[in-house]
Design a protein around this ligand. Structure first.
Ligand SMILES: *[C@@H]1O[C@H](CO)[C@@H](O)[C@H](O)[C@H]1NC(C)=O
Ligand SMILES: *[C@@H]1O[C@H](CO)[C@@H](O)[C@H](O)[C@H]1NC(C)=O
Ligand SMILES: *[C@@H]1O[C@H](CO)[C@@H](O)[C@H](O)[C@H]1NC(C)=O
Ligand SMILES: *[C@@H]1O[C@H](CO)[C@@H](O)[C@H](O)[C@H]1NC(C)=O
Length: 338
């Protein structure tokens, strides 16, 4: 009686299997608890283990995350339109009700980048790419000043191997050396944005003191160089080489510093590569950089220009109608996506 009752709870194929394998009358009885136990295990496995691994196959984690520093007035729709397979975090620094914003709108994009790292320290994508809001801007290292191709062509495998890469390859601005902290610091520098004569201090002048405050106990480098403009990609490992407390401390510095935003932001522009493990002068040759990052290899390069790549524009503001209208109002053959 009790035997059939137990069997009735089990799927038929199990009872059949048990019976056919063990033809003796008392053996199946001993096997029942074992089979029940195995079935329960299988059930739990199906319920919890399998679906998550299947889910992972269907919906892989994004290969990269993009972090965008924007103002309310800037159009960031291109990020969502063109980078759908990446995780996208668009900060709006001057909108407290934005989905992603900063504790204080200070220090330009540095506040955004630090806030992202602090808020996502334990859930970073393998690669994080930090950029400004404008798709088209003078600093983007592309013939159309379009940041999109640089993001799409970026070799994420290379980023993983390198830890940190600056999206800008061309040396014009920032390389081979931008700041000589010990030489550039004025003797009477105090902790405000102004020199004693009332003139506003420059990044070069305030860098030494800022470095000492940000990296206490670390010798201030004699030369600092990196390609300009604070757009770069970093591996999770490179970010994790510093503790979350470090990033919090750096953001607190940004919140508290009396330095003007352009200065405090620019201090970080010349710190990120150091923070992420590079030498204070990080200036791979432009040709090497274009090849490693974007697959444009064997380019012929002169001082500040490589074949068919970036040309330093005359003005920082692109003409109205760019990229389809050029500097003299001429029609350009822009072939990229809208
Ligand atoms: C994004 O997904 C599309 C379509 O699945 C694919 O063709 C493309 O290579 C992916 N891009 C990246 C950067 O993974
Ligand atoms: C990307 O970089 C890796 C590592 O440097 C390299 O082996 C690979 O060939 C590169 N891929 C492309 C498409 O250039
Ligand atoms: C620094 O100088 C600028 C321009 O001369 C002035 O507007 C500003 O108030 C000064 N800042 C400080 C902290 O003295
Ligand atoms: C743009 O394309 C047209 C037609 O293909 C061509 O005639 C013209 O010279 C091109 N303009 C530029 C600036 O390359």
């Amino acid at each position: 009686m009790s035997t059939s009752k137990y069997f009735s709870l089990l799927p038929r194929f199990v009872s059949n299997a048990a019976i056919s394998i063990h033809s003796g009358k008392k053996v199946p009885l001993i096997l029942i608890p074992v089979v029940v136990f195995l079935m329960l295990g299988l059930q739990l496995h199906l319920q919890w283990g399998w679906p998550s691994s299947v889910g992972r196959l269907i919906k892989r984690p994004p290969a990269a995350g993009i972090v965008v520093a924007s103002l309310r007035s800037e159009d960031t729709a291109w990020v969502h339109r063109h980078l759908q397979n990446w995780s996208r975090t668009v900060y709006v620094v001057d909108d407290p009700s934005a989905k992603f914003t900063v504790p204080k709108n200070k220090g330009r994009e540095a506040m955004v980048y630090l806030s992202y790292i602090i808020d996502n320290y334990n859930s970073l994508t393998r690669t994080t790419i930090f950029v400004h809001a404008s798709r088209f801007a003078w600093q983007n290292d592309d013939p159309d000043y379009d940041v999109l191709p640089t993001l799409r062509n970026l070799n994420l495998t290379y980023v993983q191997a390198s830890g940190y890469v600056n999206l800008r390859c061309i040396w014009a601005l920032g390389c081979p050396v931008e700041i000589a902290p010990h030489v550039d610091a004025p003797a009477n520098a105090d902790h405000s944005s102004n020199a004693t004569d009332g003139r506003e201090l420059t990044t070069k002048e305030i860098f030494k003191q800022a470095f000492e405050e940000l990296m206490p106990g670390v010798e201030v480098p004699h030369k600092v160089g990196v390609t300009c403009c604070s757009q770069f990609a970093v591996s999770r490992e490179a970010i994790h080489a510093r503790s979350k407390e470090d990033y919090i401390r750096w953001r607190d510095w940004l919140i508290q510093t009396p330095l003007a935003d352009d200065l405090s932001g620019r201090v970080f522009e010349y710190m990120w590569h150091i923070i992420f493990g590079k030498e204070a002068v990080f200036c791979p040759s432009a040709a090497e950089c274009y090849c490693n990052l974007y697959g444009f290899c064997n380019l012929k390069c002169q001082e500040n220009e490589c074949d068919g790549r970036y040309v330093l524009p005359q003005f920082a503001t692109l003409p109205a109608g760019w990229p389809r209208v050029g500097w003299s109002g001429e029609v350009r053959n822009f072939t990229g996506p809208s």
